[in-house]
Design a protein around this ligand. Structure first.
Ligand code: MG
Length: 86
């Protein structure tokens, strides 16, 4: 359970930085601190890897599965819209 909360917390840290960019810097992406974002993305990646390991999943397989899913949607012109299984 703490792994999921850690993952969501780190994703929230990214959202918080982007919120402040929108609120205080007119959404100017050039003003986003790339080093801070890299650190937070690393935290997300860490929790993702540890959670995958806990669930006995290969992070490589998880990533490849997602690439395959998105490539399939692109082939079917279904990248837009919503729904997990489109
Ligand atoms: Mg963090």
């Amino acid at each position: 359970m703490h792994l999921v909360l850690g993952l969501v917390g780190e994703a929230g840290e990214i959202a918080e930085k982007v919120k402040k960019l929108v609120r205080d810097k007119h959404s100017d992406v050039a003003q986003l601190d790339r080093d801070d974002m890299a650190a937070e993305l690393g935290d997300v990646l860490w929790y993702s890897a540890v959670l995958a390991n806990f669930l006995d999943l290969s992070l490589n397989d998880v990533a490849q599965r997602n690439v395959d899913k998105l490539a399939d949607r692109q082939r079917r012109n279904a990248l837009g819209g919503s729904g997990d299984n489109r």
